[in-house]
Design a protein around this ligand. Sequence first.
Ligand code: SAM
Ligand code: SF4
Length: 313
Amino acid sequence: MRDQFGRSITYLRLSVTDRCNYRCRYCMPPEGVPHKAHGDICSLEELRDMAAAAVVCGVRKIRVTGGEPLVRRGVVDLCRMLRALPGVEELCITTNGALLESMAEPLRQAGVDRLNISLDTLRPDRFRAITRLGELADVRRGIRAAEAAGFSHLKLNCVLMGGVNDDETADFVALTRERPWQVRFIELMPMGPCAGWDRDRFVPVIRVLERCPELRSERSQGVAECYRLPGAAGTVGLITPMSHAFCGTCDRIRITADGRLKPCLHSMEEIPLRGLKGTDLTEAVRQGIARKPLGHHLESGSDTGRDMNEIGG
Ligand code: SAM
Ligand code: SF4
C-alpha cells in the first residue's frame, strides 16, 4: 500500500519487548525500564495477528526487534509464525547478540533469514562501559554461532559516538577484509537518555571516509550508503538519520510491544491495535500507513514520546 505521499510501505519493524539484558548508555537508564504488567505487553498471537494485518496491507519484510528480542520468551515460536505468513518474503532480527550462542541455530530453523547484530566497540572494557552489563566475549561467541548456523552475510550495527568509539572506525572497517559482513555505522539520534548529551558525541558518519580513504563507493542498499575496501569480502554501510534524512524514500512502519502502530519513529502519533480483529485490525493498519508524516525534524529533537528500547530503532 502507498501512503499519502506515494511511498510504498513494505517493511514492518515489530518490537516484541521493551526489556533488555543490557543497559546501553544512549538507550536505557541504569535501572532498566519500569516494570510493565504482563497483560500490558501483547501476546505472541496478538503480535502475529498485527503483523499479518500489516502483510495484508503490503508489508513484505518484517524485522523483529525490542528491547532485546531474544529475551522475550517464545521468540523462536513467534519467528516461525511470522515466517509462515503468506506474503512474508524476508524475516530479520536486530539483536545485541548476547544470547545468540544458544539461539542462532533455533532461529535459523524457525526461518529467520538475516541477523543484524549491534556492536559499538571491539574492546572488552569499553563494551562493558557502554552496555553497563555486557561482555564482548558473549557477542563474539554469538557471531560465530550465527555464522555456523548459516547466517553468512551478517550486518554489524555500530552507533558512532564522538569521544567514545570513533577512534575504532578503522578496526571495524578492517573486519570486512576477510568476512562477508556489512559493518554499518549509524549516527546517534538524540532520543531518551542521550537527548541532552554534548553535541560532540553526535558525529556525522561521513567521517568514516576521512579515516578510511581507501573505501570505494558501491551501490546503496536501502538506507545504507555502501563502500568497500579494495578486494574486501564485506562492505561498509553509512546510515545518516541526522545528517541526511531519508524520509523521502521511507518504506517502514513500526509496531510496539504494547500494540501501537507508529507511522514514524520520530512522531508522537500512534494507532492502538490491541483488541482489534479481522478487517477492523487491517483497517487500523491502513489508517496508520495513510497517516505517515512526510518527514521528521530530528535536528531540533525527536518528538517520538518514547525511548528507543520501546520502539526498536
Ligand atoms: N537490543 C537490540 C539491539 O541493540 O540490537 C535491538 C533493539 S535496539 C533499540 C536497535 C538499534 O537501535 C541498535 O542497533 C541500537 O544501537 C540502536 N539505537 C538505540 N538508541 C539509539 C540512538 N539514540 N541513536 C541511534 N541508534 C540507536
Ligand atoms: Fe538493549 Fe539494544 Fe537498547 Fe542496548 S541498544 S540497551 S542492547 S535495547
